[in-house]
Design a binder for this molecule. Structure first.
Ligand code: GLV
Ligand code: MN
Ligand code: MN
Length: 414
């Protein structure tokens, strides 16, 4: 079969826009924090809206704040969509999510400028929230699209200041009663360009990865109850120090994943101590665990092992331990036909792509319940992400965007 030609894009505009978007939520000490429904998030969505309009797309925001840019296809039918999320983790980088949004707009703008109206409806989406960094939930935007929001979720879930998701929505002009209006049942295909966020492509090549599976994730909360006491007067061997228990658990949790082997991973990302005073033995510690594996059975085994080691560490120190599942998202296989389109588009760039599993979670894993989904990865330098140092070379950003555009041409211009 003759290899298609790689679609050309405006490379300087692409790179400039990535820099411009990174101004919204930039932290004084480096890195970004663009959290759902905050002023920096609003400013970022306004900027993206101007780009959607500049591309000649019909721009709208849905009931939860996902931003859509659409061009009608000459044959109608179900839509071909590309995009990613616009929010970031606290202290994150400029590419996680942003790349898929900015590259998606660039790809669609270049296709429309070069080839005119597509045959299929073609859309770009900037998904409002994926990271779970402000509220105790994640995939808010993609779940709204895929009809996966739980009844009462917006009122129940709060940020650290006690603001409910529903009130945060009202604060920026959304009606939490209307969340179900964001559901889409007319998406045929979703393609997401994303940075790898790990070291595989950077260490071993090639420059492009086609994602076949996205790892499943379980989030746990472990509450460790001991006894608060005087830090000066209580003897060391009479203490029931909850933080010492949590520290032992943290080491044992990491060891559980290491012992299971790649791609099992487990992370204690937060520990909160009560009463949290310099001169008081901690009476309570609350930690969160993020445990992942691309095989669902192995993830369940990993979570069972983590629960066991926490109970054992608690028993050894006479601490009460409660392990609660916050959320459980299974591993997801992506669509093989879309993967083939992406592989062909990589071939157009003379790159033999690598099939790979994603360790990170993505909107794609949620949208896979509602559409045929494919994902393309570009390398992360040093495998770094969720940190200010997150970076991808300009050449790889451009390459990934051109390959995305080439895939969208095959999908939407047949
Ligand atoms: C999001 O980036 C996640 O993988 O948790
Ligand atoms: Mn992320
Ligand atoms: Mn992401």
């Amino acid at each position: 079969m003759k290899t298609a030609e790689l679609v050309a894009i405006d490379e300087r505009r692409l790179l400039r826009r990535l820099d411009d978007l990174a101004q919204h939520g930039a932290l004084p000490g480096g890195g970004l924090y663009r959290a759902l429904y905050t002023p920096s998030w609003v400013a970022a969505t306004e900027l993206v809206t101007t780009w959607l309009k500049e591309a000649g797309l019909l721009a709208r925001r849905d009931a939860v704040g996902n931003l859509w840019g659409k061009i009608e296809g000459s044959r109608g039918g179900r839509a071909v969509v590309t995009g990613s999320h616009i929010d970031t983790v606290r202290g994150g980088g400029a590419l996680d999510g942003a790349l898929g949004v900015v590259a998606g707009i660039e790809a669609v703008a270049s296709l429309v400028a070069t080839y005119g109206r597509p045959t299929r409806i073609l859309e770009v989406v900037a998904i409002c929230e994926e990271e779970g960094s402000r509220f105790n939930t994640n995939f808010w935007g993609a779940r709204a699209i895929a009809d996966r929001i739980e009844p009462g979720e917006a009122t129940r879930i709060r940020d650290v200041d006690g603001v409910s998701l529903a009130d945060a929505m009202r604060g920026v002009g959304f009606d939490p009663e209307q969340v179900s209006q964001a559901v889409r049942r007319d998406i045929d295909t979703f393609v997401e360009l994303h940075i790898e966020q790990g070291p595989i492509l950077d260490d071993h090549g090639p420059r492009l990865g086609v994602v076949t599976t996205i790892a499943g994730t379980t989030h746990l909360e472990v509450v460790v109850r001991g006894q608060p006491d005087h830090a000066g007067a209580m003897a060391m061997d009479r203490r029931r120090d909850a933080l010492l228990g949590a520290a032992a658990m943290t080491l044992a949790i990491a060891e559980s994943a290491r012992a299971m082997g790649h791609p099992a991973v487990a992370t204690v990302g937060t520990i909160a101590v009560e009463p949290g005073q310099v001169n008081v033995v901690p009476g309570l510690a609350r930690l969160t665990v993020d445990a992942r594996h691309s095989d669902n059975t192995r993830r369940v085994e990993l979570v069972a092992e983590i629960t066991k080691v926490c109970k054992v560490a608690g028993r050894e120190r006479e601490l009460d331990v409660e392990v609660r599942t916050l959320r459980d998202r299974p591993a997801v296989s992506l669509n093989e036909r879309i993967a083939d389109v992406l592989r062909r588009s990589c071939a157009a760039a003379d790159v033999q792509s690598r099939d790979m599993a994603s360790g990170a979670g993505h909107d794609s894993q949620v949208l896979a319940a509602a559409a045929n989904v494919g994902m393309l990865f570009v390398p992360s330098i040093g495998g770094r992400s969720h940190c200010p140092e997150e970076a991808t070379s300009a050449e790889d950003v451009i390459l990934g965007t051109r390959v995305l555009a080439t895939a969208l041409r095959e999908l939407a211009y047949q």
